[in-house]
Write a protein of this length. Structure first.
Length: 440
């Protein structure tokens, strides 16, 4: 059978990895897919770069629409990124009857409903393994491997840049700003790292996983998102003393009231495997009712790791593209007419536990007042750590840090009590609140 023909939009790092791996492993990939897979056309505004990446025998063009218009192309790989022109090109490729493979988490988390509906109507596949956690086959695991389960929750370290920064902050006791600069110098963080450090990239990825886990539409606009920019080195140190590490987690959880969908720094018990995922690595823990807890770990970015996911999608499409569209694996794991209307909960309705740090006046009655207000709000304390004033503020200091770990509480209740605590004259600085996940 003649090879399936693929057109590539965007000849950057991942595109280059895709060429290399397809070429290196072409025989094995063909034996798995049942026929050859060839990238025969590449579009990139930088044609010289595209020519270098593609090698001989591949048609290089500047205009992506030339690829989409080519009737010989069966699959279009979109590696442009962003929501702008990429969205238009993906919709045009679908309209032209092409299957699409994309690594574009931002596009699918924000416009997925429209894109999947267009693909469904046209009977083509939109595959996006590379969009979440790079080389880790987490989409395949959630959508197919765990299909017997009622998935209860998942939590992941799904942004390598922030995990690298947090690992460095912990290892070296440095603050966020210093480590970010170093990460940029070493190429671990982009020149404009906003999407990574503000938790947006992780928000896109957890939105996609949540949709697949629970059969709900993609709803990035309902996700609660906080990044790591406000984390202080001293909180990482105190967390460590209490047996925890701080990680930026993407979390989604099914509850009786609805679905939690959130990204924020979290204390994780140091003994959990997830707490020991260091540097730029990614990992996702998924809990299903039948299987229990499972863990997926690997490289979340990079040329060949991401190409590994792109090519897995090419093979899937090659195997399935002659199948009746109604019998293919649904884009979001559940059939479009069987999606759930479980609502995404506002953050105030989320129930979790908390790390609180209060800079207080070191005088009689302060601890009693603080714990009294928590007790009145029905918030139960799990542990308290109080540092010596001298250690916190230097010799003769009259201030100290009070660190409190709570049991589970409703976020809205915690917000109310934090406002009361903040108003106390003995609370001297803005209270630090970091959520805590036991992941048990
Ligand atoms: N910038 C991402 C990260 C990789 O740091 O993990 C692509 O989503």
């Amino acid at each position: 059978m003649k090879p399936i023909q693929v057109g590539l939009l965007g000849a950057g790092t991942v595109g280059s990895g895709t060429f290399k791996v397809l070429l290196r492993n072409q025989e094995e990939i063909k034996r798995r897919a049942g026929r050859g897979i060839e990238i025969t056309m590449v579009a990139d505004l930088d044609q010289a770069r595209a020519r270098e990446v593609a090698g001989e025998g591949v048609r290089v063009v500047a205009d992506a629409r030339d690829v989409i218009a080519n009737p010989d192309i069966d699959i279009v790989i979109e590696l442009i990124g962003g929501y702008g022109v990429a969205k238009q090109l993906v919709l045009e490729a679908i309209a032209a009857g092409k299957h699409v493979v994309t690594a574009n988490k931002a596009l699918l988390a924000v416009h997925g409903t429209e894109i999947f509906a267009a693909a469904h109507a046209k009977g083509v596949m939109v595959a996006f393994e590379a969009a979440v956690a790079g080389g880790i086959p987490i989409i395949k695991a959630l959508r197919e491997g765990l299909t017997a389960n009622s998935i209860q929750w998942l939590a992941g370290i799904i942004n390598g840049t922030t995990n690298f920064i947090l690992s460095e902050m912990r290892d070296k006791g440095l603050d966020f700003g210093t480590v970010l600069k170093e990460a940029q110098r070493l190429g671990y963080a982009e020149a404009d790292p906003t999407f990574d450090i503000e938790g947006v990239d992780a928000g896109h990825k957890v939105t996609l996983m949540s949709a697949i886990a629970f059969g709900i539409p993609v709803q990035f606009d309902k996700a609660h998102i906080e990044g790591i920019t406000k984390l202080a080195a001293q909180d990482i140190k105190y967390a460590e003393q209490l047996g925890y590490r701080i990680k930026l987690l993407g979390i989604t959880k099914r509850t009786a009231q609805g679905v939690e969908l959130r990204v924020h720094p979290s204390l994780v018990p140091s003994k959990r495997l997830l707490a020991n995922v260091e540097g730029a690595m990614n990992a996702v823990v998924v809990h299903g009712d039948a299987v229990g807890t499972t863990l997926y770990y690997g490289k979340g970015a990079g040329s060949e790791p991401t190409a590994s996911a792109v090519i897995a999608d090419l093979v899937d499409i090659t195997r399935l593209h002659t199948a009746d569209a109604a019998h293919r694996v649904p884009h979001l794991a559940f059939h479009p007419d069987a999606m759930s209307d479980l609502k995404v909960l506002p953050m105030a309705e989320v129930v979790t536990s908390y790390y609180l740090r209060l800079r207080v006046a070191d005088q009689a009655g302060v601890l009693a007042k603080v714990t009294g207000l928590l007790a009145t709000a029905g918030i139960s304390i799990d542990a308290v750590l109080q540092r010596e004033a001298d250690e916190v503020g230097g010799e003769g200091s009259t201030q100290t840090d009070l660190i409190i770990l709570t049991h589970d509480a409703r976020e809205g209740t915690v917000n109310d009590v934090l406002a009361e605590l903040q108003a106390l004259p003995t609370v001297l600085q803005p209270i630090v609140r970091i959520r805590k996940e036991e992941l048990s």
